[in-house]
Structures are given as C-alpha cells and as structure tokens.
Design a binder for this molecule. Structure first.
Ligand SMILES: Cc1ncc(COP(=O)(O)O)c(C=O)c1O
Length: 394
C-alpha cells in the first residue's frame, strides 16, 4: 500500500499501480513476441481502473492501439490529450460519424449498412484522406459482425467505398478459456477461411486480430498480427476449463494486480450482543462486538448483500486491516459498509482498509470475490463508482 495517501474529500479511493500495469504489458509483449502489435482494451473505464490514467501510462509504453466501445469513451481520452490510435470496438451509431472524423477515431464496421453510412458521411465531410476502419467478423458469438457467408456481399459493397480504407479484420472469441469444447478452434477455422476468401478476392484484410486474454495466455495459434489484452493487463487470469490450464497460464504469463480499492474507517461502534447493524438488522451481534464503519458502499463498488472481498478462514467475505481479515457484516448500503473488528484491537478511526487488492504480503483479488459471487472480475471492477478517486502510485 502507498502509505499516507491524502487528498481532500471522502476517504475512498482506488490505487492504480503503474509499475504493475507496465509489468503486465511487458509480460504480454514477451509472451507474444515483439513483432506483434498490441491493442490494449481500455473500455469500461479501463475495467474500472480509470481510462485516462491507464491510457496515459500505456501510451508512454507505446502500445499500438487503444480499444474502447464507443465515441463517448474515445472522446474522453482525446480530450485528456491521448493521441494513440483508438479503435471503436462496437462500431458507430448512425449520425455520430462526424465525431469519429473530428477526433481521428478508427471505427469497427460490423455490417454493410454501417459501411455505407460511413462512406456517405465521409463524402459529405470531404475527408482529405480515406478513413481507416477494421472489419468485425462474427465467427460464432452471434452478436455483432459480418457473418462469414456474407463476406462476398461485404466486399462488393466495400469496392464502392472510395473514402474508406480497410486497416484490420478481427473476430472475438466466445470461450477461449474453455478447452473442454472445440468452440475456439471452430472460430479460428472460420476466421482463417474469411481471410483466405478476402485475399482470393484481391482484398487485403489488413491487420488480423483475434486473441483476448485467455487466448494470449494459452493459445499461441490465435496471436496473428495483433493481440487484444483486457483482463490480463489489469492482472487477472480467467477461470479455465479444465482448471489446471489456469496454472499453466499463470506460469506462462505471471501477472501483478494493478488495482487496490481502499477506504478509511469513519467510526468504530461498540455493539452489544443481540443488537442489529445496518438496514433490516441483517447482522445481529452474537457477542459484544466492535464494528468499524467504512467510507465505502455500493455506489463505490462494493456489492450489496453479497459483500465484496475474499474469504477468510471460515469462508466469510472480508476486507484487510492491519494485515488481518475483518468480516463485512450486515447489508452494504449506498455509502457505508460495516466490518467486525472485534478481533483486531489495534483498529482505529482513520485506519485504511483494503477492500480489493494488495496490502503488504496479503491480497484480496477481485477475481476471488467474483468467483464467490458467481460473476466475473470485470463485472465487479466496472462497478467501482465514478466518485471513487483513481490515484496512480508506483
Ligand atoms: C473485442 C474485444 N476484444 C478484446 C477484449 C478483451 O477481453 P479480455 O478481457 O478477455 O482480454 C474484449 C472484452 O470484452 C472485447 O470486447
């Protein structure tokens, strides 16, 4: 923990370790080889880490592209001075093309109608140079993207687009962490067929890219020209099927946790046996207890009911305080949460607790909390509230 972080305002914050972020990026570079480009995924406020803070670090580390979902996310980066190429992974919404041109963004194109809209808008805007875009191919996710069987129609439409330039072709895996099904191999096959058809038709697909975190960690055949790390940039490996694959991924790609979510203790209460704490008295003290009230609630990213944090020895959720686990008790409210510090006599008002992340030698990875709650790491990370300050530390 960076000791003595002080700032004006409510004491809840997320520490972003720039050295951990750089470590993870460098590990990814080593893994895939320096010849491959890296598109760093910073959508969803960089998985809750703060898109501007993270993108500035990644830009200094010379990542090749940044990936966001929409123009709103991209423009926030541009207005903060980020100059790297930015790919709009989910494409564009009709009418927002001028924003794409003005901010020098690279859209993904996911269907023929979008391609034609872009061409018309580029013609109206009298762009001096063709607008670069990436084609998204749907190889099995069945969400966005041109289906392999429609690639001929897409190429015919592209032939009429003088103001657009195809710079990349990509697809997204549905389950690259799953080695029990053959879905990823099937997606790879379909993607390879699409690339062959494009080349056979005289169309250069540009940079080919498919690999997300699990594929980068564990499927070298998918690395192509560029890789798109999200979760692993922030220090999280996927849960693999079979689980032994995760160990292999951790060995191939050792990662460090980038984010630690912390808050200070606002108040410590002595609660008598039998008294309730918080809404609906969901927690009733079984003994005379010391209860610490934290400056963090569900609007800050703690999950209501199912308290965040990793398990302590008896399987309850907890936070770290003075290197020990303190169980979260009662219902987490919007702004506050209660933890039982009866077993930590040194606990004082103003002490820092770690909700997720590292504290000295101990850590509570968000991924453990997510597993306990039956969700994924990025679900918990992206729910860290906008009012939580992101503070870069070494
Ligand atoms: C198109 C695309 N590529 C890459 C990623 C990164 O995924 P991961 O966090 O598994 O690396 C995402 C995230 O959902 C994505 O949508």
């Amino acid at each position: 923990m960076a000791k003595g972080i002080q700032f004006d305002g409510r004491p809840v914050w997320a520490e972003i370790s720039t050295s951990a972020l750089k470590h993870n990026l460098r590990a990814i570079r080593r893994r895939v080889g320096r010849g491959r480009k890296i598109l760093a995924i910073v959508k969803g406020n960089a998985y809750g880490h703060g898109a501007v803070e993270v993108s500035r670090v990644l830009e200094r580390e010379r990542v090749d592209l940044l990936g966001v979902t929409c123009t709103t996310e991209a423009i926030e980066l541009r207005e903060s001075g980020v100059r790297s190429p930015i790919l709009l992974l989910s494409g564009t919404w009709q009418g927002e093309e001028p924003r794409v041109f003005r901010h020098k963004l690279t859209p993904a194109v996911t269907n023929v109608a979008q391609l034609r809209n872009l061409e018309r808008a580029a013609s109206r805007a009298r762009l001096r140079r063709p607008l670069g875009f990436h084609l998204k191919v749907d190889t099995g996710m069945n969400r966005l993207g041109v289906m392999p069987e429609d690639i001929g129609k897409f190429l015919a439409a592209l032939a009429d687009c003088r103001r657009l330039k195809l710079e990349g072709t990509f697809t997204h895996f549905a389950s690259s962490e799953n080695f029990a099904s053959g879905q990823t191999e099937e997606q790879e096959r379909r993607f390879a067929t699409v690339l062959e058809r494009m080349r056979a038709a005289g169309c250069d697909p540009g940079m080919a890219h498919l690999a997300n975190s699990a594929a980068i960690a564990s499927r070298p055949s998918t690395w192509a020209d560029m890789v798109r790390p999200g979760a692993i940039l922030y220090g999280y490996h996927q849960n693999y099927d079979p689980p032994e694959k995760r160990l292999a991924a951790e060995q191939a790609l050792p990662l460090r946790l980038v984010l630690s979510l912390r808050a200070r203790i606002l108040m410590i209460r002595d609660v008598k046996r039998g008294e309730g704490v918080g809404y609906n008295a969901r927690f009733t003290a079984e003994r005379d207890s010391r209860i610490a009230i934290l400056a963090a609630g569900y609007a800050d990213g703690l999950v209501r009911h199912r308290h965040p944090g990793g398990p302590d020895a008896v399987g309850r959720r907890c936070v770290l305080l003075h290197g020990q686990c303190a169980p979260v008790v009662g219902i987490v409210s919007m702004d506050l949460a209660a933890v039982d510090v009866t077993g930590i006599p040194a606990a004082r008002v103003g002490d820092v607790v770690t909700i997720y992340g590292t504290d000295g030698k101990r850590s509570l990875p968000v991924s453990d909390a997510a597993r306990q709650m039956g969700t994924v790491t990025s679900d918990l990370l992206t729910s860290i509230g906008a009012r939580v300050r992101r503070i870069c530390v070494r």
